[in-house]
Design a protein around this ligand. Structure first.
Ligand SMILES: C[S@@+](CC[C@H](N)C(=O)[O-])C[C@H]1O[C@@H](n2cnc3c(N)ncnc32)[C@H](O)[C@@H]1O
Length: 468
């Protein structure tokens, strides 16, 4: 038989979705990844890359649709890299996220699949899974002489301009369009990553879900441009509910969005958001969960699994602006929030004052150093880990194990690194509950909360998380 080549057409039926959101089918045992393919889709796939053990191809003709395929409401969904699963029915998105989580924890974490079927609950999803983002991050490029903002196409830096993204609220889309129009009117040069020239790189927009407030951030290669003052004036007059316009300077080439320095150009440097009974001030560089409604579900799940009585010492590691710690503080004796970003700690201190919470202390630095030091001085009853996508360094996990912390709640936005870290923790802890929460509808991303206890005291009766 002739060796498979790029450009060949194959008949493929998609068997399942894989992490990253692509479909996977097999042709005579050879795995073929198909972006946009859904289970049950059957058609002709043109191979775009052929490797020894697997290939990737595009379904150029679909003869049969899988049973969970729906018509995506956004016309850009096939070209835009923002959403991967708008064409997948929402209940099926949740089922697939659970299946993928189990598969990842089993394959990379070596956790037993039979047990995982019991541990992993059905993901908590949204009733109305649209317009949910409280923050947009929009790269800009020059297209046909015009400044355009949008998203990159999958696996590329080709910009897909957007007008009305359905996972961002209308006022945020309108603000983006206003920034785009103003940049064009004032002829402000857009950054070109190939030549590392031009001024404006990204526009970040935060919109509060509880206050009529919008914060706009301009990420620029340098601080100054002759038309910057005119841009600031124009946007401050034109964007409804704008509370602040800030500038972040990123002079470095590369994919990192934010640089180290931020300054306020007009108004305030932060906006207000409320979750449950708590009030938060959020500045541009601070981490804040992007889906406010589901963040309440996430934090209530953590609260319910924590089962605090008021006498406990709690550590919120990778704390951002201290939101989880603040959520738990009224039920605990003392909370320590560990975080590396200065602006997040500054926001956290404002949030602590806003909510009149006195039993919460921030420590600035890296968790790898702060956590072992803290656990050497203080007996913690509960440690919450909410690391970035890369997960925890071994030193962090080792310090928990060494200090025999009785209860750990691991909050993860990346099943692969969660699996790696659980493989280590499961040697010393019982996994008592795994609750996925859908913070990112229409994308393949998933948030997961895992309760780990020493000695398995809680294993027989995992808590049912609340639904609101
Ligand atoms: C996924 S966010 C969690 C934020 C917070 N728990 C929340 O729910 O809003 C991870 C946070 O960890 C911080 N971070 C990343 N690496 C860190 C490290 N090595 N030490 C301390 N903080 C770190 C980031 O700045 C970010 O605020």
């Amino acid at each position: 038989m002739r060796k498979l080549q790029k450009g060949d057409l194959l008949e493929v039926t998609i068997d399942k979705l894989v992490s990253g959101g692509e479909g996977l089918g097999k042709v005579f045992g050879y795995p073929v990844f198909v972006p946009g393919g859904l289970p049950g889709d059957h058609g002709a796939v043109e191979m775009v890359s052929v490797k020894k053990d697997y290939g990737r191809g595009l379904m150029v003709q679909r003869w049969d649709d899988g049973p969970t395929r729906v018509v995506p409401p956004c016309p850009l969904t096939e070209s835009c890299g923002g959403c991967q699963w708008q064409h997948l029915d929402y209940p099926a998105q949740l089922e697939n996220k659970r299946a993928l989580l189990i598969e990842t924890l089993s394959r990379l974490g070596k956790l037993p699949e039979v047990e995982l079927e019991n541990w992993v609950k059905a993901p908590l999803g949204m009733q109305d899974p649209w317009r949910y983002r409280n923050k947009g991050q929009f790269p800009f490029q020059t297209i046909e002489g015009q400044a355009r903002g949008g998203f990159f196409a999958p696996r590329s830096h080709t910009l897909v301009p957007i007008q009305d993204c359905l996972i961002h609220p209308p006022a945020m889309n309108a603000a983006l369009n206003q920034v785009e129009a103003a940049l064009n009117q004032l002829n402000i040069p857009i950054y070109d990553e190939k030549t590392h020239s031009g001024f404006l790189r990204h526009v970040l927009i935060r919109e509060s879900t509880t206050h009529p407030q919008i914060l706009v951030g301009l990420v620029t290669r340098d601080w100054e441009h002759p038309a910057l003052a005119a841009l600031v004036e124009k946007l401050s007059l034109e964007i409804p509910n704008l509370v602040g316009l800030v500038q972040n300077r990123n002079p470095e080439p590369g994919n990192r969005i934010l640089g180290r320095e931020t300054r306020t150009l007009w108004g305030k440097d932060s906006l207000k958001e409320s979750l449950g009974d708590l009030h938060f001030s959020i500045s541009l560089p601070s981490f804040f969960q992007v889906n406010s409604q589901q963040t309440v579900v996430l934090y209530e799940t953590i609260n319910s699994l924590a089962e605090l009585s008021g006498s406990e010492t709690v550590v919120d590691a990778f704390a951002g602006a201290g939101t989880i710690g603040l959520w738990l503080a009224k039920q605990a004796k003392q909370v320590y929030c560990l975080e590396s970003v200065n602006e997040a700690i500054a926001d956290g201190k404002i949030n602590r004052a806003l909510n009149q919470i006195e039993n919460l202390e921030f420590r600035q630095g890296v968790v790898e150093k702060l956590l072992p030091d803290l656990l050497a001085q203080t007996k913690a009853d509960l440690v919450i880990l909410d690391p970035p996508r890369k997960g925890c360094e071994p030193a962090v996990l080792a310090s928990l194990i060494r200090s025999e912390v009785p209860k750990v709640i691991y909050v993860s936005c990346n099943p692969a690194t969660l699996a790696r870290d659980l493989a280590l923790l499961a040697e010393h802890y019982e996994i008592s509950a795994i609750q996925p929460i859908d913070l990112f509808p229409h994308t393949h991303h998933l948030e997961t909360v895992v309760l780990l206890t020493r000695g398995g005291a809680d294993q027989a009766a995992p808590n049912e998380p609340p639904t609101s």
